[in-house]
Design a binder for this molecule. Structure first.
Ligand SMILES: *[C@@H]1O[C@H](CO)[C@@H](O)[C@H](O)[C@H]1NC(C)=O
Ligand SMILES: *[C@@H]1O[C@H](CO)[C@@H](O)[C@H](O)[C@H]1NC(C)=O
Ligand SMILES: *[C@@H]1O[C@H](CO)[C@@H](O)[C@H](O)[C@H]1NC(C)=O
Ligand SMILES: *[C@@H]1O[C@H](CO)[C@@H](O)[C@H](O)[C@H]1NC(C)=O
Ligand SMILES: *[C@@H]1O[C@H](CO)[C@@H](O)[C@H](O)[C@H]1NC(C)=O
Length: 266
């Protein structure tokens, strides 16, 4: 019974309120509308949906966070590997550098040993294959020398040496001076510019008189020649002996091994 009454009351009140609302709307004023049961249901469903959405979002966020963390860890690992690889590569490069420097040093040493060995072989056999000079040339110090057994004018001597890709004897340093003294030369043209200065052979090293370029006119000029330990000047058209000089090549290592004589001796 009491339930019925309450319902009736509520209904009465409701209709009462509806009337009031209608009145107010008639007056042109807005008033909060009273939610209908359908509306309430919709609101409830919407709220639930919202909640579900929030939960979903939360879960998604969690998953996202976990994935992100995993990916970051992977990225860090990759970064570490990359750095390690870079370190390894630069270590490898340094190692390679050291290796190539070792190889370079070894080949220099090998060249020195080969040259020494070749000098020994050359001493015993003047035309040994390892000789870094053309046939019939003398190997002394770092140079090759050849004596031309004719007496020639200075100009012809110079032409002859040029044709051999060599030059007339020039004494530019102590090593060559030593060679010249060793050869004990008398009456040999020197590669000096024309002039007139007699002097000791030892004094001529520092001289700037060493012949450099073509001399066109040698008429009535004096050219230098060596006589033992002295340098004298005489008319360029007189005839003296010729000795040419050029730099020796480097000793070819294979040329030492190529020799049959070496095999026989060893
Ligand atoms: C770097 O070199 C070390 C030692 O040589 C080696 O153990 C390591 O595996 C190398 N790292 C990479 C990423 O190759
Ligand atoms: C290796 O040597 C070269 C030159 O010889 C140099 O430029 C380079 O920096 C060196 N590398 C290392 C890793 O030492
Ligand atoms: C190579 O030779 C040079 C000079 O002779 C020396 O300073 C260098 O340490 C040598 N390098 C090696 C790797 O032996
Ligand atoms: C001189 O050198 C040139 C070019 O380098 C070469 O063609 C010629 O054969 C050489 N002559 C002699 C006699 O060595
Ligand atoms: C010397 O001069 C001649 C001609 O005057 C020229 O053919 C030759 O190339 C010159 N030689 C040098 C070494 O300058």
């Amino acid at each position: 019974m009491s339930e019925e009454i309450t319902y009736a009351n509520l209904k009465f009140q409701d209709s009462n309120k509806t009337e009031t609302t209608q009145d107010l709307q008639k007056l042109g004023e807005k008033a909060p509308s009273v939610p209908s049961p359908l509306w309430r249901q919709s609101a409830l469903i919407l709220t639930l949906l919202c909640l579900l959405l929030l939960i979903g979002l939360g879960a998604l966020g969690g998953v996202f966070y976990k994935t992100l963390k995993l990916e970051m860890e992977k990225l860090n690992k990759l970064q570490n590997i990359k750095e390690e690889l870079q370190r390894n590569v630069s270590l490898q490069l340094m190692d390679n550098n050291r290796s190539s420097e070792n190889i370079r040093n070894l080949s220099i040493t090998l060249q020195i040993v080969a040259t020494k060995l070749c000098r020994e072989l050359y001493r015993k056999e003047p035309e040994h294959k390892c000789k870094p000079c053309p046939k019939e040339w003398i190997w002394y110090g770092d140079s090759c020398y050849i004596i031309f057994n004719h007496f020639e004018t200075w100009q012809n001597s110079e032409i002859f040496c040029s044709a051999q890709n060599a030059s007339l004897l020039q004494v530019r340093n102590k090593k060559i001076l030593q060679s010249i003294k060793f050869f004990q030369l008398y009456d040999f043209w020197l590669g000096l510019s024309p002039g007139n200065y007699h002097m000791c052979l030892d004094d001529i090293i520092a001289s700037s008189a060493w012949f450099k370029s073509n001399i066109s006119d040698l008429n009535n000029k004096n050219c230098g020649y060596i006589y033992g330990l002295y340098v004298y000047y005489v008319s360029c058209s007189s005839k003296k002996q010729v000795m040419c000089e050029k730099m020796a090549n480097s000793v070819k290592i294979e040329s030492i091994l190529m020799s049959e004589d070496l095999d026989g001796r060893m």
